[in-house]
Design a protein around this ligand. Structure first.
Ligand code: HEC
Length: 124
């Protein structure tokens, strides 16, 4: 019994920290699929055929940054570089001229953000 609860507590702790709960397989899908992040419009990454070059290649990004640093950049890169030509994928405040259906909704859900960060973390 003790072990069972240890697992639950561990999962809660992980859920509260940056990205450790993400699924890299699903994260890759977030990266490539149009209905999700469609990050390939602007980025290349190892093992991904389609690739844009508006943004930097994400090869080695998992070695350059800690998971929480990757997460911060995907969630809202304008906090790091206000001039960055990359959408803020997980910002719900300060959005302007948003259709009511999308008001207050980030482009990526918390889970999708966790997953894509988990995948990017594997790019070393
Ligand atoms: C419209 C183009 C565009 C899209 C779409 C886009 N990015 Fe970016 N991304 C950029 C640009 C441009 C930069 C460099 C920003 C800067 O100049 O500071 C960047 C930077 C980054 C960085 C930091 C890289 C580094 O080495 O500093 C990460 C991580 C990243 N993007 C991940 C993503 C992910 C994940 C997605 C999809 C959810 C995504 N990007 C979608 C344009 C884009």
């Amino acid at each position: 019994m003790k072990d069972k609860w240890a697992g639950v507590v561990g999962a809660l702790v992980i859920a509260g920290s940056a990205s450790a709960a993400g699924d890299p397989e699903k994260g890759r899908a977030v990266f490539v699929e149009r209905e999700q992040g469609h990050c390939v419009l602007c980025h290349s990454a190892p093992g991904v055929a389609a690739a844009g070059n508006v943004g930097p290649s994400l090869a080695g990004v998992g070695a350059r940054y800690k998971p929480e640093e990757i997460r911060a950049r995907v969630a809202d890169i304008t906090k790091i570089n206000p001039a960055a030509a990359m959408p803020a994928f997980h910002r719900t405040t300060e959005l302007q001229r948003v259709a009511p259906a999308y008001s207050g909704k980030p482009i990526l859900t918390e889970k999708q953000l966790d997953d894509v960060v988990a995948w990017l973390t594997t790019l070393k």
